[in-house]
Structures are given as C-alpha cells and as structure tokens.
Design a protein around this ligand. Structure first.
Ligand code: ZN
Ligand code: ZN
Length: 335
C-alpha cells in the first residue's frame, strides 16, 4: 500500500455560456429556418400523447369495476407528479432554458434526468423549442401560439387553441434548430448524455412508480396499479398541465405586464403547473427565478429554488429589481 494520498478530484468547470440572445439570433439575422419533423418523431409523439389517456381510462375502469385503485396509487401519483414536475419547471425551464440560477453539474444533470421522466421530449429539444417560443412569442416562428391560425372567426379560434395545446407537437414549425437555440447545452457532455438516453429516464420513472407501489402495498398488483397512476396518469396530467401554459396562458387570464405578446396570468392553474401559469409575469421577466411576482401568487417551483439556495445548492439566483419590475406594469395595473 502506498502512502501517497490520491489526487484531489476536481469538478470540471461548467462550460462558459454565451449570452442567451447570441443563442437565438443567427449570423445574418436569418431567424426562422424551417426544419421538418422526421416520421419516427411524429409517431413517437402520437404514442406518447395517445397512450396515457387510454391507460387512464383503463385505470378508472379497473378502479370502479374491480376495486383496483387504492390510496397508495394516489399517493404515488401525487408524489411523482410533484417530483418529476419539478424536473420540468425547476430543471428544464428555469435552470436550463432561462438560467434563473446556477447549481452543480451533478444537480443540473439530475434535474435534466428528472424532467426527462415526464416524457415531454429530450431535454435539448425541449429547451430549444421553448427558447424559440420566447424569441417569437405569438409572432410567426412561435412553435405553439394560439394566435397564428389563418382561419377567421370561431373556427380560427378553436384551431388556434388546439394547435397551441397539442397540435404543435406534430407540426414542422415545432422543430427548433438545436444548434441555434441550445448550443450551450450541446456543449455540455452531461446534458448531452441525458438527452441521448431520454427513453431510459422515461422507463426509470415508470419503474420507480412500480417499485414504490410494491413497497407500499407488498403486492405486484399494487406495483402495477401504482405504475398506471404514478406513471401513465402522471404523464397524462403533466402533459396537459404543460400544454395549458401554451394554450390557456396565451389565451385566457390577465396581463399585468407589458410584454408585447398574448401571455397571461392564470391563477387557477398555479398549483397544477407548479407556479408556471404566472405566464405573463414570466414573459415580462424570463430569467426571474420567481414567476409569482406578488406574495399571493403561489409559486412552488420558486420555493424549491429558494430552498436550494438556502442549503447552498443553488447560487446566482436571478431576482428582478422591484423598481424595474413595477415599471413594466401595464397602466391599468398601477395602483
Ligand atoms: Zn409563453
Ligand atoms: Zn420560459
């Protein structure tokens, strides 16, 4: 045995990040490059959006007719919804898309893996699409605006809403060029790994629900129904909570800030969307770690980031100066 102490392990430096605007505007100003969606992606989207509601219906049928719905299933559903939901809201959205705070490489990758389990697509694709949404917000080039349909009257309204909610998932316009919109994430080998292994994290989320179900009930049947509710139903509810940000929160609700787009704050979605439905606030101040700007605007994702900050796991948390914030209020909102 040697007496030399092992070399100290030095954590690799996080890649130096260019400013966000450099990621979204190409040299020469060509900002909209059409990209077509491969058939395999279209099919995968169809399966991932159609299978969960079918499985939810199956779960309800089993519950009502065969008594195969127990409190443990609902507990797993609630727990997994909150934890994996945070992977999307805190991880994919506030950390990776908008850089509202900094954290360790390990936690960045952990959040990316957690969000991947939500089956909303690989992390780099998700981030690129969302940055493109912020760049074009309700203008041509926005992947999921409810306001760009050519049809007029009520048909246009319904089609626009449908496109913003779910139709965009199958549309070529949805595809955002990752080289342009997510260069920083492509340069991070940990995030690239999580992106490439996306399916693995979806399966891991389902397997974990099964495992917790077995642990809580002591039966394989309990594991299977927990997987149905904590897996398929959780994916279904979370998909539609996320989609509601794109549809409902660009259509209904209240605009407090001057953003130049149709983003709205929708209070009744604050809990199911984990604080993301203060969407007009978010468009006004995209990098703010807090989307709920007023005390009463519930924002569980911000509470999680604050807790990470207090425990030293998050730093450089982005806060908006109150004077700058209030200066953006629409005239009607000034009290
Ligand atoms: Zn938006
Ligand atoms: Zn955003």
């Amino acid at each position: 045995m040697g007496t030399d102490s092992p070399p100290a392990v030095v954590a690799p430096e996080a890649p130096t990040l260019p400013p966000l605007h450099e990621l979204t505007v190409a040299p020469g100003g060509d900002t909209v490059r059409p990209v077509s969606m491969p058939l395999i992606d279209r099919l995968a989207s169809a399966v991932v959006t159609a299978a969960p509601p079918i499985l939810v219906a199956l779960g309800m049928w089993l519950g009502w007719n065969h008594g195969l719905l127990v409190w443990q299933d609902l507990l797993v559903l609630a727990l997994f919804y909150m934890v994996i939901g945070s992977g999307i809201t805190v991880g994919f959205h506030r950390l990776l898309t908008h850089r509202s705070f900094k954290t360790s490489r390990l936690l960045r990758a952990g959040f990316a893996a957690l969000g991947s389990a939500a089956a909303e697509g690989p992390v780099i694709d998700w981030v690129a699409t969302h940055r493109k949404h912020h760049q074009f917000s309700d203008e041509s080039g926005d992947p999921h605006s409810p306001h760009l349909d050519d049809r007029h009257g009520w048909r246009g309204e319904i089609w626009g809403f449908w496109h913003a909610h779910l139709g965009w998932v199958f549309s070529d316009m949805e595809v955002a060029d990752e080289q342009r919109y997510a260069k920083d994430l492509l340069a991070d080998p940990w995030i690239r790994f999580v992106d490439r292994t996306f399916v693995l994290w979806v399966v891991a989320g389902l397997a974990a629900a099964f495992g917790v179900g077995v642990a809580l009930t002591g039966t394989v049947t309990g594991g299977l129904t927990a997987m149905l509710w904590g897996g398929a139903a959780r994916i279904f509810f979370m998909h539609h909570a996320t989609f509601s940000i794109n549809s409902v929160c660009h259509y209904f609700g209240r605009a407090d800030y001057d953003t130049g787009d149709e983003s709205r704050n929708v209070f009744w979605l604050a809990i199911p969307t984990w604080g993301e439905s203060w969407h007009n606030n978010h468009h006004a101040f995209p990098t703010s770690f807090r989307h709920g700007m007023q005390r009463w605007q519930i924002d569980p994702s911000a509470a999680i980031i604050r807790a990470l900050e207090l425990t030293g796991l998050a730093w450089d948390v982005v806060r908006i100066d109150p004077t700058r914030r209030d200066g953006k209020l629409l005239p009607a909102q000034h009290l």
